[in-house]
Design a protein. Structure first.
Lengths: 358, 540
């Protein structure tokens, strides 16, 4: 499905509202036919990114390309109505005075009425909402409105589909099923999609690629697996998943941590570093024998144990350092509080970053 | 842009006269009448302000917080006086309280008094004017105050109570301070109306700035003097607007966030309930039932007037002026608002503000402001045509209804503008973005998305303008073409000629029309805060 062509490209885009710089020299490519998730905390410039892509905001600096053709630069811009983008909003923005079918037909302006109805019905079938076509938006539940909004956005077959937090208004259960439905549909249609979200789990689940943003900059971009296991900075590492953290002063290429020694890049020597460990790096109940190259053995005393549904919330005091770690684990073999637990740490899931990132 | 500029012109013209040096006409005015105008205007403002504020606040607070006999009825009945033009109430009281009027006649009959045996309040005095206007205009305070009292979340009351405040303490320290900006806004509206009034003060023989403007223009024949007087009145009104604006600025901090915890009303049983009912019935009685009832009573024997041709002619005149004005007002309003939605510059916002100011200006002032530039334009065109083609065009604008409608637009445009804007603002900009990315250009967005969703605001605005034009007196009186009478003008003329019975037929007709928006307003107060469309606009 994913080919080498680029569907949407941002090149050197900067944008500010008054004195507030919202995007700062952003470069990003979305491969044609793939889904890229723009992930970041609120206020990082994600929505501005979408609005610029759609042409709803005029571009101040840089260039934007659709399928290799320039659609915006600082001087000219293809109007949103002829740009060929689909935009799906967080609160759907269905037209309240139009029926479901009319809503979906709205974007099919150039066609004959028969053709419009046919295409609109097809889109509604694709999202499983065909039987609701004569309903009005206020008669639908949140999830149903979301489906209609998706149908409306894909019906005109946009070159680029932009989704702004499309699942955030839904409850957890509904969100899960709609995510996978939407994902399948987008893959089936081969749409180039850019989805904005603040939920790392959603980004990992939906995105062929993920771009992590903070304060107007793309910090790291790549596949979910890449980002998760090879973060290039502490923000990306902590934002994408849980981490245990230890701070130390780096005096040489090897820094001692409660989890064992880790290697530090030369340029970090002489400064404070943050050592981040993914909880999955820890395997409980292991023996201090037969360790692989990347593995280190630590033991500690269990000081707290609490059942949380299928998992256990545990606190351990590591031997030697006395460092305390708290985490959720699905291991069922924990002994009683006060007993000793051995664990093996996979050092490939330990990351070292400078304490102060530039 | 040009349009908004033209609508601001009268204001600018009037203000320029504050600074233009003036000859003996002005000295004459200063020597003879100016002091009287000022004292009368000040007394009127103080009196109406005090009584109206008290009545409006008390009724608003009672109606918002308590259950008592007839409370639901009072909810809208307290608004009824607004339906009656101030001058109509003045005519009615003038007739009721004169020497040969029903009240004094009855008193004389019962007690066998003769002229000079007793004292009776004179309606045709500053006191009479204050009485009439207080009971016609207090609903502004009532309406805004009530909304503010209803909007106060129960949490405030409860947290204050938990903090150990007594009920009286809560009233003094929480409820009234929270409602103060709204009460001041209501007071400002009331004062602006009182100062703008022409018909009532003229009929009750109280000389104020508005009657002064009229008299200086027609009796002294001095447009400059009239404009100077008008500019002074405008200054006072600006002052009021400024105070109101500042208090509204504070209102932002007082805004209640959620509306989930609205107060429950406390039932007033027994004597307390009866007292509340009594208090609320006083303004309804004096502001509506008594004056309108008397007008109705007078108009019954004179009903033949209403089936004579000239009445229909006047009705038709009023109706067509109102229809034309409301149509134009809404068209312009739509144009202005839509162009600002499509992203016009800050200049537009400023013009929008100035245009909205027009509603605060007295009709007579606007009439002068319209007449001066229009007459100038007429003479220029006439001069030009005579010099170039040897034809005299005469007065194109000033003699016709163009100038009347123009003045109405300057005065009432704000009503249409606000009504349309609030319904447009309830539509989030993301709705436009959705339509736009679905390929709809601005024309299609307007016709397919916006128009269907703002029909309500459009109609409400048109109706408000319509009714106010029907009621308008001073501008019409000054600007109307020769022999072109409207219902309001005719009612005023007949009342001035002591033909009160005939006048009442006209006045009653205007009241009936005026009732329509009152019904609308009371319904919107009831349902306010239940917008379906979420106005949410985030930027990441």
């Amino acid at each position: 499905m994913v080919n080498n062509e680029i569907g949407l490209q941002f090149s050197g885009v900067s944008h500010s509202y008054g004195a507030v710089q919202v995007l700062n020299d952003v470069n990003l490519s979305v491969p044609a036919g793939s889904i890229t998730c723009l992930l970041g905390p609120s206020g990082c410039g994600k929505t501005t990114f979408l609005r610029l892509s759609a042409g709803l905001e005029s571009l101040q600096r840089g260039e934007i390309f659709f399928d290799g053709e320039k659609v915006s630069d600082a001087n000219s811009s293809v109007a949103p109505e002829i740009r060929g983008v689909g935009l799906m909003f967080q609160d759907y923005m269905l037209f309240p005075h139009l029926s479901v079918l009319e809503n979906v037909r709205f974007g099919l302006g150039g066609l004959s009425v028969g053709e419009q109805v046919k295409k609109a019905k097809l889109a509604l079938e694709q999202v499983g909402m065909a039987e609701f076509r004569s309903y009005f938006p206020h008669m639908l539940s949140g999830g149903e409105q979301q489906r209609v909004a998706l149908a409306r956005a894909i019906a005109p077959r946009p070159k680029i589909l932009l989704l702004d937090e499309p699942f955030s208004g839904l409850d957890q259960h509904l969100r899960k099923s709609l995510r996978s439905d939407t994902l399948h549909l987008l893959q089936e249609l081969g749409t180039t999609a850019l989805m904005v979200t603040h939920d790392p789990e959603e980004a990992l689940l939906m995105g062929d690629r993920i771009a992590i943003m903070r304060t107007g900059e793309v910090l790291q971009e790549g596949t979910g697996a890449d980002l998760y296991s090879r973060p290039t900075n502490a923000f990306c590492a902590t934002f994408l998943g849980e981490t245990l953290e230890y701070r130390a002063y780096a005096q040489s290429v090897s820094v001692d941590t409660p989890f064992g020694p880790v290697e530090v890049k030369k340029e970090l020597i002489g400064g404070e570093v943050r050592v981040l460990v993914r909880p999955e790096a820890i395997t409980f109940g292991s023996e201090n024998s037969g360790l692989g190259v990347n593995s280190m053995f630590v033991s500690g005393t269990l000081t707290e144990l609490k059942e949380v549904g299928p998992s256990r919330k545990v606190t351990l005091k590591l031997h030697g350092s006395g460092f305390e770690i708290r985490l959720l684990s699905s291991w069922r073999g924990f002994p009683e509080v006060g007993c000793e637990v051995g664990m093996v740490i996979d050092s490939s899931m330990m990351f070292v970053f400078p304490a102060v990132e530039g | 842009m040009l349009l908004a500029g033209i609508l601001c012109l009268p204001t600018v013209v009037i203000f320029s006269h504050l600074f233009i040096p003036m000859e003996e006409v002005w000295r004459h005015l200063v020597d003879t009448v100016l002091v009287r105008y000022i004292t009368n205007t000040v007394f009127l403002a103080l009196g109406v302000g005090l009584i109206g504020l008290t009545v409006g606040t008390l009724t608003g607070w009672l109606s918002a917080n308590f259950e008592f006999p007839g409370q639901r009825l009072f909810h809208w009945a307290l608004l009824l006086p607004l339906a009656v033009p101030t001058y109509a109430t003045a005519f009615s009281y003038g007739g009721l309280c004169e020497f040969s009027g029903p009240i004094q006649t009855t008193l004389r009959d019962i007690f066998d008094w003769n002229k000079g045996d007793y004292w009776f309040p004179e309606m045709r005095s500053i006191g009479g004017a204050i009485f009439v206007m207080s009971f016609v205009l207090y609903p502004y305070v009532y309406l805004l105050g009530r909304t503010a009292f209803v909007g106060q979340a129960r949490n405030y009351d409860e947290s204050a109570r938990v903090l150990g405040r007594s009920s009286e303490g809560i009233l003094k320290d929480i409820s009234f301070p929270l409602a103060r900006p709204s009460l001041i806004a209501g007071l400002a509206l009331m004062l602006m109306e009182a100062l703008s009034d022409f018909g009532a003060v003229q009929y009750l023989a109280v000389d104020t700035f508005t009657t002064g403007v009229y008299r200086t223009w027609f009796a002294l024949g001095s447009p400059e003097g009239a404009a100077r007087l008008a500019s002074m009145l405008l200054l006072i009104i600006f002052l009021i607007l400024l105070v109101e604006h500042r208090s509204r600025g504070q209102a932002k901090y007082y805004q209640v966030t959620g509306r989930s915890h609205l107060k429950e009303k406390v039932a007033l049983a027994g004597l307390k309930g009866i007292i509340a009912t009594f208090i609320c019935s006083i303004p309804v009685f004096f502001g509506f039932i008594l004056p309108t009832g008397y007008l109705l009573f007078l108009s019954f024997p004179a009903w033949e007037i209403m089936v004579v041709g000239s009445f229909f002619e006047h009705l038709l005149n009023s109706f067509s002026l109102a229809t034309l004005t409301s149509f134009l007002a809404m068209t312009f309003a739509l144009f202005l608002i839509y162009s600002s939605r499509l992203g016009a510059g800050p200049l537009n916002t400023m013009l929008y503000r100035i245009v909205s100011l027009g509603y605060g200006f007295p009709g007579s002032v606007i009439a002068i402001g319209v007449l001066i530039p229009m007459a100038w334009l007429d003479y220029r065109i006439d001069d030009f045509m005579r010099n170039a083609f040897g034809i005299s065009t005469g007065l194109i604008f000033t003699g016709g209804i163009v100038v009347v409608v123009f003045a109405y637009l300057v005065r009432f445009m704000a009503l249409g503008l606000h009504s349309l804007q609030s319904s447009m603002e309830s539509l989030t900009p993301n709705l436009d973005a959705a339509a736009q990315t679905l390929g709809a250009n601005w024309r299609r967005r307007l016709s397919m998305v916006h128009m269907p969703l703002i029909t309500g605001g459009l109609l409400t605005g048109a109706l408000l303008v319509f009714v106010d034009v029907m009621k308008e007196l001073p501008a019409t009186l000054i600007l109307r073409p020769f022999n072109y009478d409207t219902l309001a003008v005719k009612a005023y003329e007949l009342a001035s000629d002591e033909a009160l019975a005939a006048a009442s037929c006209y006045a009653v007709t205007i009241v009936v029309v005026g009732l329509i928006p009152i019904i609308l307003i009371s319904r919107s107060v009831e349902t306010s805060g239940s917008y379906v469309t979420k106005a949410r606009y985030e930027d990441g």
